[in-house]
Design a protein around this ligand. Structure first.
Ligand code: HSE
Length: 404
């Protein structure tokens, strides 16, 4: 029997408890040992819980108990999750987390601490909720050099964009719906401004790079600027609009960006709708592989956490290898040097502007003039070169989005 503790009994933590109780038979068989939840740490009152005897509010009780070998951290946020995780790792206890903020910010230090103390730090649920992505990238794709990862990594924004795109609902109304359905946070900034996606793509990018790629250095745009005009134009050009976390290898550097992008209708990513997530990984031997499923929610995310606990128990005799170390140099391609094609929407319709667009960007452009706007798709160039060309056209840029 293996004793574990859960620290943080919110949505995911209570889901972990539920998964372990409901699937006890399968989990014991797969882990090769029965998993016994010895403690649950939460400062809130759970005296009415059927197993209220498990609840403690002093982290040291868990840290000092040598019987506990695995600790599940489902608190979220940086503190006290960071302090508690370090405490457990320093005591040689393996920590399993769903905390993307902590992994993205201090993952390199926590991995190093785990190695020093002969334990491990697992983080499958920190990206893509219940979708297997960390382990497939680490194990199944390990014979490949990963060339790119493009992911719809935030369910809230994908719900909003889907409602805008398929039902013509405005951004404000779709956000309100997402909040009513409990997808978005009360303060939806982390979701709609792209920061949640930024942390997740920085985790995947750090894995690929082997050294930390700091989420704060990643160019990040959210979806507040997308209007129904853009979704209509994208539709007419044969694209969908998705908030994409992207990481592409460019020689010995990486272009890492979070931004709403136009995605070709026939790409599997364009078919990822509502709160679902989808991640396209390209390996140099395999080509593309696509991962799809529920990127958030209590039981999907908890199932990924419990899978890590099972993996930790099965692999307890294998020494832990840090997936990435601290950053040594800057490996990011500067945003304005990234090469891409772009969708541009100008708030003009006069013939002179259309003629100027063709003169500057070339005559074979796809252009649509509609409802007071001119929209077109540029050829592939650096972002700075596209901006320079746009500055030659005397027109207000309504929106400008990368093409994936
Ligand atoms: N707010 C996040 C989302 C939760 O909407 O995807 C999962 O990280």
């Amino acid at each position: 029997m293996t004793k574990i503790a859960i620290i943080g009994f919110g949505v995911v933590g209570s889901g972990v408890y539920e998964v372990i109780r409901k699937n006890a038979g399968e989990i014991t068989e797969k882990a090769g040992t029965e998993i016994d939840i010895k403690y649950i740490l939460d400062i809130r009152d759970f005296s009415n819980h059927p197993e209220s005897n498990l609840f403690v509010n002093d982290v040291n009780i868990i840290a000092e108990d040598e019987e506990v070998s695995v600790v599940v951290e489902t608190m979220g946020g940086l503190e006290p999750a960071n302090t508690f995780s370090r405490l457990m790792l320093s005591k040689g206890k393996t920590v399993v987390t769903s905390n993307k903020e902590l992994v993205a910010t201090y993952g390199d230090e926590l991995f190093a601490l785990a190695s020093e103390n002969d334990c491990a730090y697992y983080y499958e649920a920190s990206v893509g909720g219940g979708i297997p992505i960390i382990r497939p990238m680490k194990n199944c794709l390990s014979a490949n050099r990963i060339e790119s990862v493009f992911g719809i990594l935030n369910g809230t924004t994908n719900y909003i964009l889907t409602r805008m795109f398929t039902d013509n609902v405005s951004f404000e109304s779709a956000l309100k719906e997402a909040q009513e359905k409990g997808y978005a946070e009360k303060d939806p900034t982390a979701d709609v401004d792209g920061f949640d996606t930024g942390k997740k793509i920085s985790i995947l990018s750090s894995m690929i790079n082997g050294e930390k790629i700091n989420h704060e250095d990643v160019h990040t745009e959210g979806i507040r600027g997308i209007t129904l005009i853009d979704t209509e134009f994208a539709q007419s050009f044969g694209y969908s609009i998705k908030l994409i976390g992207s990481c592409r290898r460019v020689d010995d550097k990486y272009s890492v960006v979070v931004a709403p992008m136009l995605v070709k209708k026939d790409s599997p990513l364009a078919g990822v709708n509502d709160v679902f997530n989808g991640i396209m990984v390209c390996g140099n031997m395999l080509g593309d592989a696509f991962f799809y499923g529920r990127g958030a929610g209590k039981l999907p995310t908890a199932s990924a956490v419990v899978a890590d606990v099972i993996d930790a128990l099965r692999s307890k005799d294998i020494s832990f290898k840090a997936p990435w170390t601290k950053a040594i140099g800057n490996v990011l391609v500067p945003y304005d040097k990234i090469e891409c094609a772009m969708y541009v929407c100008l708030k003009e319709t006069d013939d002179e502007t259309v003629a100027k667009v063709c003169q500057v960007f070339g005559n074979d452009l796809k252009i649509i003039v509609k409802d007071g706007y001119v929209a077109f798709i540029t050829g592939k160039d650096t972002i700075s070169a596209i901006d320079e060309k746009l500055s030659k056209i005397n027109a207000k840029v309504n929106n400008k989005l990368m093409i994936l």
